[in-house]
Design a protein. Structure first.
Length: 156
């Protein structure tokens, strides 16, 4: 649950940290990587849609506009945080027709994605521009995660 006044970056970081710490506490010998992706458009945080109507609302809000995708990651070991960061990408959608939105919702793809779309799937066809890491929009900023792993003694 988002805390009052918590921005997209802070919310994503907190969620990634909480996930990493929860798993790390159960598996003390493991290095855990957790991530959380948040979409922010016009000051509104768009999480995973609750249902088709919510997905429809989100896709209409994103249509023809730019929005920010924040993916935060956290590394934890032995119940303690080892590293973490949040990465932002700016994504611009082309204008979507009602028919396109309905067809996409019927595919089922938007129902488990922050912001109701996946860049790696059919939703990628809605995007006209990405400023920042594309893999960040998919849900894991790989370059930044690899750098954090190296800083923690994991060669990859």
């Amino acid at each position: 649950m988002r805390s009052p006044g918590e921005g997209a970056r802070e919310f994503a970081l907190r969620m990634a940290r909480e996930k990493a710490l929860a798993v790390s506490a159960r598996i003390p010998g493991a290095l855990v990587i957790a991530a959380d992706t948040i979409v922010e458009c016009g000051g509104e945080i768009l999480l995973k849609p609750a249902d088709a109507d919510d997905a429809r609302r989100m896709l209409r809000a994103l249509s023809g506009r730019a929005h920010t995708v924040v993916t935060a990651f956290a590394l934890a070991r032995a119940g303690a945080l080892a590293a973490g960061d949040a990465v932002e990408s700016r994504v611009t959608f082309r204008s979507l027709s009602d028919a396109e939105i309905e067809d996409y919702i019927l595919s089922g793809e938007p129902l488990d994605k922050a912001g109701a779309y996946g860049i790696q799937g059919a939703g990628g066809g809605f995007i006209v521009r990405v400023d920042g890491p594309r893999d960040n929009v998919m849900g894991l900023p790989v370059e930044q995660v690899l750098a954090a792993l190296r800083r923690n003694g994991i060669e990859c």
